[in-house]
Design a protein around this ligand. Sequence first.
Ligand code: ZN
Length: 159
Amino acid sequence: MNTKTKTTNVATFSRATLPITCPACSASLGTIDVQNLSQRRAWGIAISSLDIEAPDDPALTAEAGLIRGACPSCDAELAAFWVTFKRDHGADRADEPQSPSLSLALHGEAYAGWAMIETHEGGVDCIEHLFGPVADERAEEAFEYVRDFMTDLPRPEAD
Ligand SMILES: [Zn+2]
């Protein structure tokens, strides 16, 4: 508790885009594009929230959610999920716009890499970790994997 050690268990690789592909047939479901981030959930039909433990740091908020949809090529029912950490720096930082960034993230415990999206808006630093898609029936299992290394996921640092 209360250590300042930064996580070293997650490796990140900067990317301009990352493909979203069907795990069953490899068809494209879209692209995660740092210039057009709203497209990252476009393949989904339904979005719901997932329960997640609050971070140890009270200045951080955490949210998790699930995207469900189907592959237009093979009709496989698919799900992806995300974990988001936000840190509000207050109004004094609100007028420092910064471009979002996108990375491929990898962890030794993960079944696959995932997309890490960092945004800075209105004084709020946000890091979203977007996993999947996976077959819908595997989504719960995949989220349990992520719970095992949740504390390793990068999150916005304090100043
Ligand atoms: Zn498919």
